[in-house]
Design a protein around this ligand. Structure first.
Ligand code: HEM
Ligand code: HEM
Length: 176
């Protein structure tokens, strides 16, 4: 670690991290409600919101990926065990990759299988049969993976913050 290694992520990365976290977590019940509704004006409105927020997540995630390489970031804590360094790096990459792939699979299903036409024409019949849409099956699987990874990631952050008390959350917050 050099003197120029920061103690926190940069402001833009912190803003993007919490914005993406908030939007991705909100999209899970939103998507489940969308899938549970019968075709009608409410389902169509939720589909519009789901696709718009999802595309925003895709754009923010690409910006975060770019900044990951372009901005300095804090080094792993000197006291972290090797397995902590390896597992946190792997979990962060998995979160970045799976979030991106979830948005891309959703976009593929949305544009290639009739949803876009329904939204453009304000119709809800015939609603596509999700079970027969391969990118939607991938979307469903990736969303399940996101839920598991976010629980693991938040639990790890809380373990550091409240049990080890090493102030990990400060690394993902604004520096004074
Ligand atoms: C959908 C939700 C979330 C996603 C996709 C996500 C993703 C990520 C990623 C990719 C990183 C690494 C950033 C980088 O290296 O550029 C990271 C770091 C971090 N996240 Fe999250 N995160 C989410 C939710 C949360 C939550 C709920 C918490 C806290 C309870 C949290 C706490 C942290 C902390 C403290 C770090 C910095 C860890 C370190 O310095 O090594 N995240 N997150
Ligand atoms: C990380 C971002 C996203 C999350 C967390 C998410 C989450 C979900 C969830 C939980 C479902 C219900 C699936 C099920 O449980 O079977 C769903 C369905 C769906 N999502 Fe996403 N989604 C995201 C991004 C997107 C994007 C960007 C699009 C399109 C532009 C999209 C299009 C769809 C479509 C078309 C469905 C099926 C709707 C239906 O026929 O009922 N999603 N999504």
């Amino acid at each position: 670690m050099t003197n120029s290694t920061p103690k926190t992520y940069t402001r833009s990365v912190v803003i993007l991290h919490w914005l993406i976290a908030l939007l991705v977590i909100a999209m899970i019940p939103l998507g489940k409600n969308l899938a549970a509704l019968d075709p009608g004006p409410d389902k169509l409105m939720l589909m519009r919101i789901h696709a718009s927020v999802g595309i925003a997540i895709l754009i923010f995630s690409l910006a975060r990926l770019y900044l990951h390489f372009r901005r300095p970031r804090p080094a792993p804590g000197a006291e972290w065990a090797t397995w902590t360094r390896i597992s946190s790096t792997a979990a962060h990459w998995a979160l970045m990759a799976i979030t991106l792939l979830a948005t891309i699979s959703g976009l593929g299903a949305f544009t290639g299988y009739g949803y876009l036409q329904l939204v453009q024409t304000s119709q809800w019949q015939p609603w596509p049969d999700g079970a027969a849409i391969p990118p939607l099956n991938v979307h469903h699987f990736l969303v399940t993976a996101i839920i598991a990874l976010v629980i693991l990631h938040a639990a790890a952050a809380c373990y550091h913050q409240f049990i080890r008390k090493d102030g990990l959350l400060k690394r993902m917050w604004f520096s004074r």
